[in-house]
Design a protein around this ligand. Structure first.
Ligand SMILES: Nc1ncnc2c1ncn2[C@@H]1O[C@H](COP(=O)(O)OP(=O)(O)OP(=O)(O)O)[C@@H](O)[C@H]1O
Ligand SMILES: [Mg+2]
Length: 250
């Protein structure tokens, strides 16, 4: 009788477990989908800002230069106003470039290596933390989805370095190890205790999710007093075309 009773109790548990697994996998699928939509949106807005607004501003600058040419002898105040208008349109152009590349750097179209170098250069000048990129000597050929994922992971990791690490140096390393690409972001900051969980902290979770969606893995090594390293390993079949991202169970 006892055995039977246990059997009866286990069934709903199993069902609940299956449902939990299902909803986890649905949640992953949803996150992946949303991420893809966001990425497309970023690309669209970046193009729109850069191409459309950029073109308008270029036109404006040309008109101002023309006016300057025509009017400069007619009124003593013109040069001053024109100079100011020119400075403003130049500043607006710089903002346009900055906004567009923050949303989606054009270098991403060239490839992950160029994009990481661009990211490091920008991070270095914004934070005064030395940022070096180490990449393989051979060409890195990755599908766009993989490149974007690695780029966004590096970006998130660098944001953490700037916000939390108090580092003076950070290294971004991209390597091919067998069939995998491995991205490491290593800083020389003060580290942290990886066993304590923080609420409302989503950066590392996002990195992990991006890695899992590409059938990869994510590791973090850190200790208070020593630096932090995040490592993401993503499998890339050498010659066979890559399978679409699969939702992995935990
Ligand atoms: N490079 C680092 N150096 C030191 N501490 C770090 C580093 N990266 C992460 N941490 C610690 O891990 C915690 C979790 O990081 P996570 O990116 O998940 O969240 P967050 O940065 O706090 O918030 P957000 O959700 O905006 O990213 C951080 O609050 C910080 O304490
Ligand atoms: Mg963070």
């Amino acid at each position: 009788v006892g055995v039977l009773a246990i059997g009866h109790n286990i069934t709903p548990l199993k069902k609940a477990y299956r449902e939990l697994e299902e909803s986890r996998s649905q949640l992953r699928g949803l996150i992946a989908h949303r991420e893809q939509v966001r990425e497309e949106e970023r690309k669209y807005i970046a193009r729109e800002v850069h191409d459309e607004l950029g073109q308008i501003l270029t036109g404006l600058r040309m008109s101002i230069s023309y006016l300057e040419h025509q009017l400069v002898n007619h009124s003593p105040q013109w040069p001053e106003y024109l100079e100011e208008a020119k400075t403003l349109s130049k500043e607006a152009m710089a903002v346009v470039k900055n906004v567009a590349s923050s949303l989606r750097p054009a270098v991403l179209d060239v490839g992950i290596v160029a994009a990481l170098e661009w990211l490091a250069g920008r991070f270095g000048s914004n934070t005064n933390i030395h940022c070096n990129v180490h990449v393989p000597a051979h060409d890195v050929e990755l599908e766009e989805a993989h490149s974007i994922a690695l780029f966004r992971i590096a970006q998130e990791a660098l944001t953490n370095v700037a916000r939390h690490a108090k580092a003076t140096r950070v290294d971004i390393l991209l390597d091919r190890e067998g069939q995998d690409y491995v991205l490491r972001v290593r800083d020389n900051g003060h580290g942290f205790d990886t066993t304590t969980k923080k609420v409302n902290s989503f950066g590392l979770m996002g990195i992990r999710e991006r890695a899992l969606l590409l059938n990869g893995t994510f590791e973090i090594h850190s200790r208070p007093g020593s630096g932090t390293e995040i490592a993401v390993r993503i499998p890339v079949p050498a010659s066979t075309p890559m399978a679409p991202a699969k939702v992995e169970k935990i």
